[in-house]
Structure formats: structure tokens, C-alpha cells
Design a protein around this ligand. Structure first.
Ligand SMILES: *[C@@H]1O[C@H](CO)[C@@H](O)[C@H](O)[C@H]1NC(C)=O
Ligand SMILES: *[C@@H]1O[C@H](CO)[C@@H](O)[C@H](O)[C@H]1NC(C)=O
Ligand SMILES: *[C@@H]1O[C@H](CO)[C@@H](O)[C@H](O)[C@H]1NC(C)=O
Ligand SMILES: *[C@@H]1O[C@H](CO)[C@@H](O)[C@H](O)[C@H]1NC(C)=O
Ligand SMILES: *[C@@H]1O[C@H](CO)[C@@H](O)[C@H](O)[C@H]1NC(C)=O
Ligand SMILES: *[C@@H]1O[C@H](CO)[C@@H](O)[C@H](O)[C@H]1NC(C)=O
Ligand SMILES: *[C@@H]1O[C@H](CO)[C@@H](O)[C@H](O)[C@H]1NC(C)=O
Length: 809
């Protein structure tokens, strides 16, 4: 969020540098040129071409940027590695069909290649035109027809892919379409990050950081990129094409007025898609997205699964190369076979892995016409074969075969269907795995029989009371038809009650009062910044201290709805909830006025080197109990059930007596679901505290709050933050750390070493003796990004009025 903002600011700054005189044309021909601050503007006024100096830079470049919007990122640079020193420069078209940039002394600093084919030879009518799609196209006869194209900027991408541009390779025309990041915002020369295709067995797209691959799209299997299984969006059409002549990725927008760009972003070190929406560039999605996207994260023969803990596992029949490293959550060493292959025909077999991002296949061998059965035979007959799979899944039909004679790298497993890979193992391993799978299945069958028997019994007994039951059912159905569903009816009742009690205890504050109290929202009064806006400390005229939350997100609700919502929140009163005193509505501004908490938020205590020593075991325990009570009230005891959705240390405030009070409850409801704009679907919550099912699927429930509460408890006990999951060091992930200690019977080692005062180990252990079941310590996903916008992994929190969190009694 802040990054996008910083970028927007930078771009706005950049805009001020582009104070160009606008020429009324989009064409340069053999007789014209542009120089100094003259520019071309495309016919529809979408793009502009001219010389520019990047903000903060000194050199001059020729580039293309957006003309029609206030923020004008440069999408193409002609001479990124050949800047112009002696200005002004001039751009012109030579009679042999080259575009050249000359400096003040007429020496050429940059030139496009001369047309090579006979049909593209330049005529006197040749012209180069800036188009509304951002392409700068040289047509040998000025007609602009596809055959006449002698050169186009779309064939030489810089760091940005616009709709319609290709990223890949054209073997016939010997073109490599890749994007490479700028060195910095002030220097467009080639930076560290390059995204390009590598051909081979199956083509695949790779993001390089210098010589090192950091992300790979997964091999292209004819149907899609196996590492991007959900490449779908109503606003975009994505395309991957692979023929003998060319292989490329490109995208189009369904609504031509939607401005969109796909950038190798050097500052963020990732690929980023932006969409111009609501007067800003918003980051739509980015890659790599989650830890499993990191290239070869689990090493050879290992695979990654975001829903597993730890994320990395060895393929069946394999074991970690170094158990020690693996325990330390460093899986990059990968896995080795538990049992050697015999390499003799019948001595080996295969084990299928489902829903996989295929292992990197640029060095694999592809047989276009082989059936899978035949493929299996070929693999068995070749001792270096390690796995096989179908090569072409176009149309959902498997055709051809790909055989890996190399280590299997960069695999991950997805929850949805992607593709099966058949792993070659010694037959003894296959038998052992089959046997293990069978025993796992057997108790289930027994259970099934038990259930079936049980159900049958119940049915038999129930048959007696059946008639009455049906009669009851009928009556209920008739009732249901005449009345709205219970939950919405309940909600309405709750709202009606509130309406009937009218503003009695919910003062509406005047904006002037708020402005006076916060000194015009001065920085000095600002005490915090939360997910929903800034918080200011303020003193009302009567001397009362309050905290004012100025909501920053645009609510989708009208004033009436908002008031109702606020009244609903104000009704929630509990010793362990921060009390809402009133609100202020003025135009688009929405503010909430809360009681002031003198000891600030819990995180300023437990994570503060100086202060955390002040909290004894008893204080910490009381705080945990208080939070639990507050949460219990929200979930169970209040009139309207509220799911908090963002339980974390900074949302627990401490009053003078160190009584914890939950804040920010109920606000998530005000934003009409999670969809803040048409394009971005934001999840409300904080990574590190989010339960996996919420973070991945946007499914939230009371249980997600309880999960976050569990994380919070661990933080309070340990005085450590649960940061984003980032391997390497064990202690980076608090949950794994806690789980490891707990399993080893060293639970007390979790206690904050800075904790003051006496405590009794046995009491500490007994009071938090309920730990999760084995294999469920939970995972923690992603970095600390609150703006994980995505069309690839749709995080759709269920929006609308049927919120599970509204469950009025
Ligand atoms: C840019 O164009 C304006 C006219 O629009 C002109 O007055 C100014 O001198 C030009 N600046 C440079 C540096 O050429
Ligand atoms: C650059 O070339 C143009 C035309 O070819 C000429 O009119 C101009 O005098 C030259 N300038 C210098 C500095 O050589
Ligand atoms: C990217 O493409 C350019 C041509 O547009 C080519 O010169 C360059 O070598 C390519 N870079 C990589 C890393 O393939
Ligand atoms: C996959 O098979 C389809 C149907 O036969 C074919 O049209 C397509 O070219 C194949 N794709 C690749 C990448 O071989
Ligand atoms: C665009 O973003 C900036 C910074 O985030 C913000 O100040 C500005 O109000 C936004 N513009 C619109 C039209 O939303
Ligand atoms: C593929 O082969 C090339 C050339 O032989 C080699 O440099 C590269 O490391 C291989 N890649 C993998 C993943 O095995
Ligand atoms: C065995 O497989 C490897 C890798 O796919 C291949 O290079 C080699 O030619 C194959 N050998 C035979 C005899 O087919």
C-alpha cells in the first residue's frame, strides 16, 4: 500500500518534469523530425512520445508515456543504455529506414536496425506513427498494414508489457521479447530483473535477478502455465502461444478504456501488474506471490505446498538430503531416493503426484505423438528417466509425453487440478506406498460401515416418529414462505431496535469540533495508523480525552447505513472492548470517536525492549484472559455476532489499569464486503495472524478469530512478533518455533526471557496446556503485504448482506 503510494507520488513528481509542447501530430516521416521538447501524441490522445529526463536523473532519453492521465509512467525507452548528453536531441527517419536519435552535434546516439527483408524496403511514403496502443510503428509505405511493418517499438520492450505486446521469442524474425527492470527510478538503463522465456522441452517463463532465477511460471503444457493455474480474470484475456516459429505470452484487456501495464519492477524485485483505477495506479497482482513461488524453494525432488507445514515435502519415496537442514526449514538441498532404482525393466514402477506445477522441463525431452502408456515404457527402458507426464493438455485432453532425464526442480502442489506427474521409484517403494495408502483407506471404510450402520439404526428408530416429523416440517415450510429467512429477519429486528432508540446515546460530532480537537488533524496529534485509517488523540472542549479514527477507505455505504452500523457498534459494550462514543460524517469523511486509552496498544508494550520487562506473568495472563473475554462477547454474548477479522496486538489497547480492550471491531462490516474497487479484492486482516483458510480462500468465521487470538497469545507469552514466513532462520516464524519447542517438551523456553517477576513453571504450563493437535500448528503465509491483490489467487471474502459475521439473535 505504502509502496504504491510512494510510487504514485514519484510518478506525480515525474509528471511535473514532462512539461512538453504538444505537437498536433502522431507521425514522423522522411521530411519531419522532433527535437527538444516537441512530442508526438497518438490519435486518441492516449500515449505521448518525446525526449524526457527521468525525475532525479540528469540524462535525456526518448520514450513513450501516457498522455491522458495525470500520472505518466514511461512505458518504453528507445535509448535506455545510450543516453543523450548533448541536448537538445532530435529524432528522425533516415532514407534507409532507420529511426535515429542525434545529439546537438549531429552525432548518432541511437538507431533502430535497418529493414532487412525486401518487402520492407523504405518508400518515400514511409512513416512512423505513435498508436493509441502505445506502439511506435514504422510502416515502409505509410499504410500501416501488417505486411508493411519495417520496425515497431512493441518488438523491443523495455520494462513494461502493454496489452497486445508479446513476451517471448520469434525464431523466424530472430526477436527476443523480454522485459528488464530499470536500474532505478532515475535511471532507465537495464537493471537486475529480467523476465523472459526459455525454450526447451516445454517452454517456460523465468524471472531472473542477475544470473539467478527467482521465479518461474511453470512449464507451458498447451493449456496454460502450470505454475499459474488460475490465470483468469474478467478484465483480461491471457494468452500463451507456442509454435515452431514463435513462443510468447501476451494479454489483452476486455474493456479497451482500461489502462493496464505489466512491469518488471526493480524496486520491488518482482513482476507487477498495474491497473489505472479511480485516478490511481493500483497494483493488481504480482509475482512471486507466496513463498512457494520462490524458484526451486524445496530443492531437487522436493515440492512446496502452501497448505502444508512445513511448506516443503520430499516426493514420496524420497527423503531429505540433509535431515538437519530440513529440520531448520532449509529445504533448498532437496531430497534423495530412499531406495535406489534397479534400472532393470520390472524392478521399477511409478507413483503419481496429482495437482502439480510441473517440474522445470526446459531440459526434458518431449515426444509429441507418444501416448502416456508408451511413454511409461520408454521411461522404464531408459535408466536416466526420472519422471514422465503428458506434454500437451490442450482442451483438457492429454497428448504426447514429456520425459525428465534431469533432477525434478521447482514443483509445487495446488489445491485445484493442474497436472499429474508420474515419479519413477524402485518397485519396492511403490509397493510400500500402495500398502500405506491402503491402510490409510481401510479404517475409513470401517468408519463408513459404522456410520452407515448407525444411520440405518437411527432411520429404523426414527421411522416410528416419522409421521409427526413430516407434519412438523410442512408446518415450518409454510411459515418460512410467509416470513423472511431467520437471519435477515433477526438482523432487521436488531436494526429496528436501534432505530427506535434513535440517537440517544450516539452523539454525532460536528466536523468543526473534531478539527478543533485534533488541531486540524495535525501530525502531532496522530497516535497511530491502522488498516482503516489514522488515529488521532484529541481533547474535546469539555476537557475529555478521546481518540478519533479517521476512516481512509471509501465505504460503499450511504450515510444512513453507516449510521446504523455505527449505532450497532456503539451498542456493543463490554469491559474488554474499546467504547465507541460517537461519530462524525461530513461529505465523504467518516470518523469514529472512541474513549482514549492511556497505555496505547499492546504491541507497544510486548514488543518494546524497554517496556516488555514490566509485564509479569500475572499481567500477561490477565491480558490474555481479558482479550478472551472481549472476543467471547463479540462471538457469543453480544446481541449481534461480530467476527473481528483483524485480531492482533495493535488492535488491543490498554487502559490506565492495563485492562486490555479490543478495538476496531465491526469496522470491516462497513466496507460493503472486501471489494474496495472493481479490480482489487482486499482481504481485511493481517498476514501472520490470518488462519490459512482465510488467507488463501477468504473464508472467515469465528474460528479465524480464534486462530488469530492463538497467535496473539503466543506473542504475549514470548514477546516476539509472528513475522511473515521466511525460511532460513528458525525463529522467524513464531508458530513453527513454538511448535518445535512444544514437541520437544521445552514449552517453558517460550516464555519471554525479559519477563519480570516470579512465576511458577507448573502454573504457566498448566494454564496454557491446550495446544493444537499434531500437524495443525498452522501456516503463516506471505509477506507483510496488506495489498495482496490478485486475479491469480482470487481472495474473495464473501461480501454482501449474507455475512456470516452478522448473525443477530
Ligand atoms: C519548450 O517549448 C516552449 C513552447 O511551448 C518554449 O517556449 C520553450 O522554450 C521550450 N523549451 C525548450 C527547453 O526548448
Ligand atoms: C546538423 O545537420 C543539419 C542538417 O543535416 C545541419 O543543418 C546542421 O547545421 C548540423 N549541425 C551541426 C552542429 O553540425
Ligand atoms: C532481451 O531482448 C533483447 C532484444 O530486445 C536482447 O538484445 C537481449 O539479449 C535479451 N535479454 C535477455 C536476457 O535475453
Ligand atoms: C497441443 O495440441 C493441440 C491439439 O492437437 C495443438 O493444436 C497444439 O498446437 C498443441 N500445443 C503444443 C504446444 O504442442
Ligand atoms: C491516489 O492516491 C493518492 C495517494 O495514495 C491519494 O492521495 C489520492 O487521493 C488518490 N487519488 C484518487 C483520485 O483517489
Ligand atoms: C539445462 O541444460 C543446460 C545446458 O546443458 C544447463 O546449463 C542447465 O543447467 C540445465 N538446467 C537444468 C535445470 O538442469
Ligand atoms: C534416455 O533419456 C535421456 C534423457 O531424456 C536422453 O537424453 C537419452 O537419449 C535417452 N536414452 C535412450 C537410449 O533413449
Amino acid at each position: 500500500m505504502t509502496r504504491t503510494r510512494a510510487l504514485a507520488l514519484l510518478l506525480a513528481l515525474a509528471a511535473s518534469f514532462f512539461s512538453h509542447s504538444v505537437a498536433a501530430t502522431d507521425i514522423i516521416d522522411l521530411t519531419t523530425s522532433i527535437t527538444g521538447n516537441q512530442t508526438l501524441v497518438s490519435a486518441g490522445g492516449v500515449f505521448q512520445l518525446g525526449f524526457f529526463i527521468p525525475p532525479g536523473g540528469r540524462r535525456t532519453y526518448l520514450g513513450i508515456w501516457y498522455a491522458s492521465i495525470p500520472s505518466k509512467p514511461v512505458v518504453w525507452v528507445a535509448n535506455r543504455n545510450n543516453p543523450l548528453f548533448r541536448t537538445p536531441g532530435a529524432l528522425s527517419l533516415t532514407s534507409d529506414g532507420r529511426l535515429i536519435i542525434v545529439d546537438r552535434r549531429n552525432s548518432t546516439v541511437w538507431s533502430s536496425p535497418a529493414p532487412t527483408t525486401a518487402e520492407n524496403q523504405i518508400t518515400t511514403r514511409a512513416a512512423v506513427q505513435l498508436r493509441d496502443n502505445g506502439n511506435f510503428l514504422l510502416s515502409s509505405d505509410g499504410s500501416g498494414s501488417p505486411e508493411s511493418v519495417a520496425w515497431q517499438s512493441f518488438d523491443y520492450p523495455t520494462d513494461t508489457l502493454l496489452p497486445g505486446m508479446k513476451l517471448g521469442i520469434d525464431l523466424k524474425k530472430r526477436l527476443s521479447w523480454n522485459i528488464t527492470s530499470w536500474n532505478s527510478a532515475s535511471d532507465p538503463s537495464s537493471g537486475l530483473y529480467t523476465f523472459k522465456v526459455i525454450l526447451g522441452g516445454l517452454p517456460e517463463f523465468f524471472l531472473f535477478r542477475g544470473p539467478e532465477v527467482i521465479y518461474a511460471s511453470g512449464p507451458f503444457n498447451g493449456a496454460g502455465l502450470t505454475g499459474v493455474p488460475n490465470l483468469r480474470s474478467p478484465n483480461f484475456v491471457f494468452k500463451v502461444v507456442s509454435t515452431s516459429d514463435e513462443t510468447y505470452y501476451s494479454y489483452a484487456v476486455t474493456d479497451p478504456s482500461l489502462l493496464s501495464r505489466f512491469v518488471a519492477n526493480g524496486e520491488a524485485g518482482r513482476l507487477q501488474r498495474y491497473v489505472w483505477t479511480n485516478g490511481n495506479w493500483s497494483s493488481f497482482w504480482y509475482y512471486p506471490t507466496d513463498p512457494c513461488d520462490n524458484y526451486a524453494m524445496c530443492g531437487p525432488f522436493g515440492y512446496c505446498d502452501m497448505s502444508a507445514t512445513p511448506l516443503c515435502s520430499c516426493l514420496p519415496g524420497f527423503q531429505p538430503r540433509s535431515q538437519q537442514q530440513w529440520t531448520l526449514r532449509d529445504a533448498t538441498g532437496g531430497c534423495v531416493r530412499s531406495t535406489k532404482l534397479t534400472c532393470a525393466g520390472a524392478g521399477d514402477g511409478f507413483w503419481p503426484m496429482n495437482r502439480m506445477k510441473l517440474p522445470q522441463a526446459t531440459n526434458a525431452t518431449v515426444y509429441a505423438d507418444m501416448t502416456l502408456d508408451h511413454c511409461r515404457q520408454v521411461c522404464l527402458a531408459n535408466c536416466s528417466c526420472r519422471a514422465y507426464s503428458a506434454a500437451n493438455m490442450s482442451g483438457g485432453v492429454s497428448r504426447g509425453c514429456v520425459i525428465w532425464g534431469v533432477d525434478l526442480l521447482d514443483m509445487r502442489q495446488y489445491p485445484g487440478v493442474v497436472q499429474d506427474v508420474y515419479i519413477r521409484l524402485a518397485q519396492s517403494e511403490v509397493d510400500a506406498l500402495s500398502a500405506a495408502a491402503a491402510t490409510r483407506r481401510r479404517p475409513k471404510t470401517k468408519l463408513l460401515i459404522a456410520i452407515v450402520a448407525g444411520v440405518a439404526g437411527v432411520l429404523l428408530l426414527g421411522a416410528i416418529g416419522c409421521c409427526c416429523f413430516w407434519r412438523n416440517m410442512k408446518r415450518k415450510k409454510v411459515q418460512a414462505k410467509t416470513e423472511p429467512s431467520t437471519s435477515s429477519r433477526g438482523q432487521r429486528q436488531a436494526e429496528d431496535q436501534i432505530d427506535s432508540e434513535e440517537d440517544v446515546d450516539l452523539p454525532l460530532f460536528n466536523l468543526d469540533v473534531i478539527l478543533a480537537a485534533t488541531d486540524n488533524f495535525s501530525v502531532d496529534c496522530k497516535i497511530g495508523q491502522g488498516g482503516f485509517g489514522s488515529v488521532y488523540m484529541a481533547q474535546l472542549e469539555d476537557g475529555k480525552e478521546v481518540a478519533i479514527k479517521r476512516l481512509s477507505m471509501r465505504s460503499l455505504q450511504g450515510v444512513g447505513e453507516f449510521k446504523n452500523e455505527v449505532k450497532l457498534i456503539a451498542k456493543l459494550q463490554h469491559r474488554n472492548l474499546v467504547r465507541l462514543l460517537g461519530c462524525c460524517i461530513d461529505g465523504d469523511e467518516r470518523m469514529l470517536v472512541y474513549e482514549f486509552m492511556h497505555n496505547n496498544s499492546l504491541d507497544t508494550f510486548i514488543f518494546d525492549e524497554g517496556k516488555r520487562g514490566l509485564l509479569e506473568w500475572k499481567n500477561r495472563f490477565d491480558i490474555i484472559l481479558g482479550i478472551a473475554r472481549g472476543l467471547q462477547y463479540l462471538h457469543e454474548d453480544s446481541r449481534v455476532r461480530i467476527i473481528h477479522r483483524d485480531m492482533k496486538a495493535s488492535n488491543v489497547l490498554l487502559d490506565r489499569n492495563m485492562i486490555p480492550k479490543i478495538s476496531d471491531f465491526g469496522i470491516a462490516r462497513m466496507f460493503g464486503g472486501d471489494q474496495t474497487t472493481e479490480y482489487t479484492m482486499k482481504i481485511i486482516g493481517t498476514y501472520g495472524y490470518m488462519s490459512p483458510e482465510y488467507a488463501l480462500d477468504g473464508v472467515f468465521s469465528m474460528k479465524s478469530d480464534v486462530y488469530s487470538f492463538g497467535v496473539l497469545v503466543l506473542e504475549i507469552i514470548t514477546g516476539r512478533r509472528n513475522r511473515g514466513f521466511y525460511v532460513d532462520e528458525l525463529d522467524l516464524n513464531l508458530l513453527c518455533y513454538a511448535w518445535t519447542l512444544w514437541k520437544e517438551g521445552r514449552g517453558v523456553d517460550l516464555l519471554d526471557e525479559a519477563m519480570a517477576g516470579p512465576y511458577d513453571y507448573s502454573v504457566v504450563l498448566s494454564e496454557n496446556a491446550t495446544m493444537p493437535e499434531p500437524n495443525e500448528p498452522g501456516v503463516n503465509i506471505g509477506k507483510n503485504t496488506s495489498d495482496r491483490d490478485t486475479d491469480l489467487y482470487p481472495i474473495t471474502a464473501h461480501s454482501g448482506t449474507n455475512f456470516t459475521e452478522v448473525d443477530a439473535r
